[in-house]
Write a protein of this length. Structure first.
Length: 333
């Protein structure tokens, strides 16, 4: 008979794009067609010339509707066939292709915060909870808030076949993390956008809003980041290329900060396990550095680096593009 395809795309909201989606009913077995939407309602087109085009680029089973239903991630195009200016995936494609022989891998740690009635989940109606300390990887109703949603989300990602690699409760109450990867730039960035959509969609059933706000509570409360773990084939085989990549990152700081999400200056203050956004540093095991080389990587003399700078609200197409461009260009020499 028919199945439901949920077409998902990234909109033109400034300064941070949001996800949108709508449903198409298709005959069983039908290919996923090109579709369209009203760009004047998503900050992607003027009203008098409002058509934008959706081209499916990734699909997976829909773990919420089940059966043969699908989630369909799309790129946005203009009617003349050129990528829409908001289509950052189109900017990543040529870079990913150019450096494919170096086999770049990513693992992205997506932090996020649940909100209910305008307060982080687990915060009292007025005032603040006990200071940070017991919440990170905690257990028990006094320390952990929203686990039911988090477990549902993890199962949904696994059912969809997304390369999710773990979850943990974070330092601030109501704050959590999931990790996507390791995998190539397009694979991991696509999976992260779909995993974000599933998170919002599942939390909706609990009347909870998940937010990627990089600094959801001012003051002595951790921000939310998207630590990005990165390696190439050469880095997975030897230590020297890891240092080469770190040195190259130190040469292109401004370009990276610009691609790492809006409001990065508010999160990368030098406090709360961050390095100041305008001072580049790298070091083994150092959670106060821009780039951390995990201790095991130094012991093994091979592996990967962790760029701790990207904000939770970053676009993974942008983050992976600049990392591949900077590091793979340096390693090519
Ligand atoms: P942390 O100790 O910083 O909290 P996590 O365990 O949360 O680290 O996340 C580490 C991420 O790094 C995971 O997504 C994992 O898949 C990824 N990863 C592991 N090895 C590599 C590698 N060689 N290249 C890129 N990413 C990797
Ligand atoms: Mn309509
Ligand atoms: Mn982590
Ligand atoms: Mn974390
Ligand atoms: Mn980390």
């Amino acid at each position: 008979m028919t199945y439901k395809a949920e077409y998902i795309w990234i909109d033109g909201t400034e300064p941070t794009a949001k996800l949108r989606s709508k449903t198409k009913i298709l005959p069983d077995g039908a290919e996923l067609p090109t579709w369209g939407f009203d760009g004047s309602s998503t900050n992607q087109a003027p009203g008098e010339n409002s058509d934008c085009v959706l081209k499916p680029v990734f699909s997976c089973p829909d773990p919420i509707r089940g059966g043969d239903d699908k989630l369909v991630l799309c790129e946005v195009f203009l009617p003349d066939g050129t990528p829409h200016p908001t289509n950052n995936r189109a900017k990543l494609r040529p870079i990913a292709e150019r450096f494919a022989d170096q086999d770049p891998w990513f693992g992205i740690e997506q932090e996020y915060t649940f909100f209910q009635a305008g307060r982080p989940l687990g915060f009292p109606d007025t005032g603040f909870p006990a200071p940070q300390g017991p919440y990170y990887c905690g257990v028990g109703a006094d320390e952990v808030f929203g686990r039911e949603i988090v477990e549902r989300h993890l199962d949904a990602c696994l059912t969809a076949g997304l390369p999710i690699s773990g979850i943990n409760a974070e330092v601030m109450p109501g704050q959590w993390e999931f990790q996507v990867g390791p995998g190539g730039p397009l694979e991991v960035a696509d999976a992260l956008w779909v995993a974000r959509w599933l998170l919002y969609r599942i939390a909706e059933d609990f009347k909870v809003a998940a937010t990627l706000d990089p600094k959801p509570v001012k003051g002595d409360w951790n921000g939310a980041g998207a630590h990005t773990n990165f390696s190439t084939k050469a880095m997975r085989e030897a230590y020297e290329p890891i240092i080469t990549a770190c040195e190259a990152l130190g040469e292109r700081v401004k370009e990276h900060i610009a691609a790492y999400g809006h409001g990065i200056e508010d999160r990368l203050t030098g406090l709360h396990e961050t390095a100041p956004w305008n001072e580049f540093s790298y070091g083994v095991s150092n959670r106060g550095a821009s780039i951390r080389i995990p201790w095991q990587v130094e012991v093994d003399r091979k592996g990967y680096l962790e760029d701790r700078r990207p904000n939770a609200n970053c676009d993974p197409y942008e983050v992976t593009r600049v990392l591949v461009d900077t590091c793979c260009t340096a390693l090519e020499k």
